[in-house]
Design a protein around this ligand. Structure first.
Ligand code: BG6
Length: 494
């Protein structure tokens, strides 16, 4: 569907996210015919630039970061006419007055009041100033037409997230607030719901009676890159688990929603977070493991340790790896461990979900074959590989009765040549006013609540032996021990 006339205002218009993600997403939506005819992007930033120079910067970004590569000249000429730049200072009331005039002017030209999307791609400490000033000048006064999109991190802990939610709701209604978790826009993550609720096969066995354990891994090969300053105050638990991994957990564990309505989906997800067992401080060491990478070799290249990275304290105790064992206290999941882990500078870039089923209740086959009777396993590969596979046992062709594992695979590459980027999906949703894939205030607060005991215990920084894993490995040894207690091993490991 084409959206209504829309103006996108990007605070942080000269930033990295705009260049790498937002602009390429809008451009692809344009090429695919999803943008309304009346459409405008207004970039805001402190740097003095004219429209031409700003457009040129964004064009370079397209060449570098768009899934489609360099833009075609003719199409770019048309697309760039949507883009203007407004030098401004987020702390200065006059800038918002100027923005208001600009917005009103576009409305006059179009002869209609356009929908307004305010994209906050700014440092967390600036969100309050922007939101408050938008409110003061009355830029987003129409709750049905105006929306604010807020990037992560959403708060630094539970208290600050509550405070931020409170502040935003002084100016915006909850339905106007779109809190981005870009993992929710990934094709393969969206497909979890279709897989579970579009097929009758899996849901009946999707519970403690048939499932032994669940693993969610998000492993990256990149280090902290040039984000040392931010990452030092964050760490893997805040940067990845509080948002992306817990959101994936919700999709895997939620009860069947009655409809695809945004509130319904988000209600079912928040139910999961509420049911996640809270750890007592004295239990944290049995359920959570942290790590920090040392220098090492990764894909044939020597890479520095975290403490040697730019913007990082040489004695830093920030974790670049975290693994958790969680339990969900409800009927469906009682007793089933959910293992979550994420780390930087791991051996391979891979994000996947593994559902490990229980063994068959009784072996029909001779004792000598029992060893081959390994339990079924369902793997959902999120990225870079995108597929769903089921491991099952089959007869090895031959005159003897031998068993061997086989795989049934659903491969995304076979059904699509160009998969949209997460930001394309999410930006289109914000234009269409669909908040299903965005985090509601209560979800964010519950997710913080889940990790609060770990954050607090880790903040005491006792007995750390950082760095404790070499770049190019699968993380600290203690992470193996975390799950070995239940007889489990990480499914993606050396
Ligand atoms: C971001 C984190 O939210 O997600 C980064 O801040 C991380 O540290 C990134 O690298 C991973 O996203 P993706 O889409 O590359 O898996």
């Amino acid at each position: 569907d084409k959206a209504a006339p829309t103006i996108i205002v990007i605070f942080g218009g000269t930033g990295d996210l705009t260049k790498r993600k937002l602009l390429p997403a809008f451009y692809n939506l344009y090429l695919d015919g999803y943008l309304p005819e009346k459409f405008a992007i207004i970039g805001l930033g402190r740097t003095p630039l004219d429209n031409g120079a700003y457009q040129e910067k964004l064009k370079e970004g397209l060449g570098e970061f768009s899934r489609r590569g360099k833009p075609n000249e003719e199409q770019w000429e048309h697309f760039k006419s949507f883009i203007t730049y407004l030098p401004s200072d987020v702390n200065d009331a006059a800038s918002y007055q100027k923005l208001k005039e600009h917005l009103d002017h576009i409305d006059d030209q179009w002869g209609t009041r356009a929908n307004r999307l305010f994209y906050l791609s700014v440092a967390p400490q600036l969100i309050a100033a922007v939101a408050t000033n938008i409110g003061k000048v009355g830029l987003a006064a129409d709750a049905a037409m105006d929306r604010i999109i807020v990037e992560k991190p959403f708060g630094h802990d539970k208290e600050s997230a509550i405070e931020l939610n409170r502040l935003l709701t002084r100016t915006f209604k909850e339905e106007q607030i779109y809190r981005i978790d870009h993992y929710l826009g990934k094709e393969t993550v969206q497909n979890i719901l279709v897989f579970r609720f579009g097929n009758a096969l899996f849901e009946p066995i999707w519970n403690r009676n048939y499932i032994d354990s669940v693993q969610i891994t998000v492993a990256e090969t990149v280090g902290v890159e040039d984000r040392g300053d931010y990452y030092e105050g964050s760490g893997a638990l805040r940067d990845m688990i509080q948002n992306h991994l817990l959101q994936i957990l919700c999709m895997v564990a939620m009860e069947p929603p009655v409809s695809f309505d945004a509130e319904e989906i988000r209600n079912r997800k928040v139910d999961v977070l509420r049911a996640v067992r809270r750890l007592k401080p004295e239990e944290v060491h049995m359920y959570a493991v942290r790590g920090q990478y040392a220098g090492g070799w990764l894909q044939g290249k020597k890479v520095p340790g975290y403490r040697e990275e730019k913007g990082v304290n040489p004695q830093s105790n920030t974790e670049t790896y975290a693994a958790l064992k969680l339990y969900i206290d409800n009927w469906r999941w009682q007793g089933v461990p959910f293992y979550l882990r994420t780390g930087k500078r791991m051996q391979e870039k891979t994000s996947s979900i593994t559902i490990q089923f229980r063994p068959v209740p009784h072996s029909t086959f001779p004792q000598s074959k029992v060893g081959s009777l390994i339990p079924n396993r369902l793997t959902i590969n999120i990225q870079p590989q995108m597929d769903i596979s089921i491991r099952f046992i089959a007869k090895r062709p031959g005159l003897e009765m031998n068993l061997q594992p086989g795989e049934m695979v659903f491969d995304y590459d076979k059904c699509s040549t160009q998969t949209p980027e997460a930001y394309e999906t999410l930006l289109l949703d914000t234009m269409q006013g669909d908040a299903t894939l965005f985090m509601r205030a209560d979800q964010v607060e519950e997710a913080w609540d889940v990790i609060t005991p770990i954050l607090e215990t880790w903040a005491t920084r006792d007995s750390l032996d950082f760095p404790n894993y070499a770049a190019g490995t699968w993380g600290p040894e203690t992470a193996e021990a975390l799950i070995a207690g239940q007889g489990h091993v990480w499914t993606v490991s050396p």
